[in-house]
Design a protein around this ligand. Structure first.
Ligand code: ASN
Ligand code: ZN
Length: 315
């Protein structure tokens, strides 16, 4: 009896010590990595778990796995976009490590940011291909991280739709940069390269024509079709169609470079509970200020206002 409980106590102590060591090692690794936004790509090996096997690091050799390399390259492109364009030091502007997990689960048809890292499914191979292979998908997920640190928009209702909106906006901007597309060549689609011919549509979403990307695309393009129901955390991926369309319209007037500057500086000024009207008020002020500093054209304030009015928002 005494022996058994003694052994149990010893085992508990060992477990606690090893967990503590793991946590300390993790913190140490994190502090090291936080210096400069190093990339870490993990392979979930089909399990519904993160950080299963570390498959590629910033200075390490390429992996034998194409998907690992795709996640590595594309997350680097997005990280560098934010750094080169806005001076952002990785996702949190403090050099946070850029962590991706690929081959997550079985036939998993999604990708997500969870507050610390990105995770990508392989897709079922029937309607969806690998989610980590698409620059717009990767940019969308990484931007959720940037949004978390710049504005912390809560993931529900209008703040959640704005959170989704900013991810689609920078997904589109980065995609056009990645493929070196002009505004005329841009398709304004999200996820077009990961859907198969069997998928009932051309993409997951469209910023140009919200609601038209596929058979179950419920996005409105105007406030008069605003979704008020409880689905999708009160419509985070649905009502984002409204500001998305405004962004598309604005880009037609002032181009994507100026629009990206305006949207970035707007994001920096938003907060956890910002709604559509807050966004419109802030973006109007931000655009005025950027125009007065000569950083965007004199026509930008009117273009921004007109774009939001076109989708039914008051400016
Ligand atoms: N792919 C989705 C997104 O990033 C996952 C989710 O619903 N959170 O928005
Ligand atoms: Zn999202």
């Amino acid at each position: 009896q005494g022996n058994i409980s003694c052994k149990k106590a010893l085992n508990d102590t060992k477990r606690i010590l090893s967990e503590r060591n793991e946590a300390l090692n993790y913190l140490l690794l994190r502090t090291e990595a936080e210096k400069d936004g190093e990339r870490f790509v993990y392979d979930s090996q089909g399990q519904y778990k993160q950080r299963v096997e570390l498959s590629r690091t910033e200075d390490g050799e390429p992996s034998g796995d194409t998907v690992v390399n795709q996640a590595f390259e594309t997350s680097g492109f997005v990280r560098d976009y934010f750094e080169n364009t806005f001076g952002l030091n990785s996702i949190n502007n403090m050099g946070m490590p850029v962590i991706s997990n690929v081959h997550y689960g079985k036939a998993y048809n999604n990708a997500y940011w969870d507050g610390d890292e990105m995770t990508y499914g392989d897709g079922d191979g029937i309607e969806f291909k690998n989610f980590a292979s698409a620059i717009d998908v990767v940019a969308h997920e990484l931007t959720h991280g940037v949004t978390q640190f710049l504005a912390n928009l809560e993931y529900e209702g209008q703040p959640g739709a704005l959170n989704e909106h900013f991810s689609d906006v920078f997904a589109t901007i980065v995609k056009q940069k990645y493929f070196n597309q002009s505004i005329e060549e841009a398709d304004w689609l999200i996820g077009d390269s990961i859907v198969t011919p069997a998928f009932p549509g051309t993409a997951i979403r469209s910023l140009k024509e919200p609601g038209s990307a596929n058979d179950f695309d419920r996005q409105p393009a105007h406030m008069d079709k605003y979704y008020n129901g409880p689905d999708d955390r009160y419509g985070v991926h649905i009502n984002s169609g409204i500001p998305n369309r405004a962004f598309y319209l604005c880009c037609q007037e002032i181009g994507i470079e100026q629009a990206s500057l305006i949207w970035y500086h707007t994001l920096k000024k938003l907060w956890r509970t910002s709604n559509f009207q807050d966004m419109v008020d802030i973006i109007s002020d931000v655009t005025q200020k950027l125009a007065s500093e000569g950083r965007v054209s004199d026509s930008a304030p009117a273009a921004v206002s007109q774009s939001f009015r076109s989708v039914g928002l008051e400016t």
